[in-house]
Write a protein that binds this ligand. Structure first.
Ligand SMILES: [Mg+2]
Length: 178
């Protein structure tokens, strides 16, 4: 049977949001404990986890594909020190105006991940801090959690203010699978 997955946006979820800028180097990357807790719950429930991230900074020449891959390698090494890891990381390197199929809010990266790893999307979740993440998830048939100030409007099924609140939602809502 195909496994369901929890898809996580990167900036603002896995690591602290770099604000309007980009994580250009490893020193800019700050892992959030609330994400580690969410990932531990995801793994305990038997779900796969994949990071899905728009990285327009590649198109802008702020960092190369190789530098981005190195950041993700360090990220996964850091996760493993907490006893967890993600199955894979997918990124969109294109400009917003490129009209590619991968940039969120399009669901292209979720479909790529599903195809590569045989993931079952209807029982899957997408977690992000932007409405683009919510739309990408819903466009792929996933349930969604948005982390953002509570006065912002969202179509997400669950809306919380802080990443620290996500593990408890997953603990309650994910149907354990083995
Ligand atoms: Mg984000």
């Amino acid at each position: 049977m195909n496994k369901p997955c929890v898809f996580f946006d990167r900036d603002g979820i896995v690591n602290e949001s770099p604000g309007p800028g980009y994580v250009e180097k490893w020193d800019d990357f700050h892992l959030q404990p609330g994400f580690v807790a969410a990932l531990q719950t995801t793994a305990a429930k038997g779900y796969s986890s994949v990071v899905i991230t728009n990285q327009q900074g590649v198109a802008k020449g702020l960092y190369s594909e190789e530098e981005l891959a190195a950041i993700h390698g360090n990220m996964r090494a850091q996760l493993r020190t907490h006893g967890v890891d993600v199955l894979d990381v997918f990124h969109c390197p294109h400009y917003a105006v490129d009209e590619c199929e991968c940039r969120k809010p399009k669901p292209g990266m979720i479909f790529q991940a599903s195809k590569k790893h045989d993931l079952e999307l209807s029982g899957s979740w997408m977690i992000g801090d932007s409405e683009k993440d919510v739309e990408a998830g819903q466009n792929a048939g996933c349930k969604t959690i948005r982390i953002c100030p509570l006065d912002e409007k969202t179509k997400a099924e669950f809306h919380v203010e802080h990443i620290d609140e996500v593990a408890a939602i997953l603990e309650k809502e994910l149907v354990a699978c083995v």
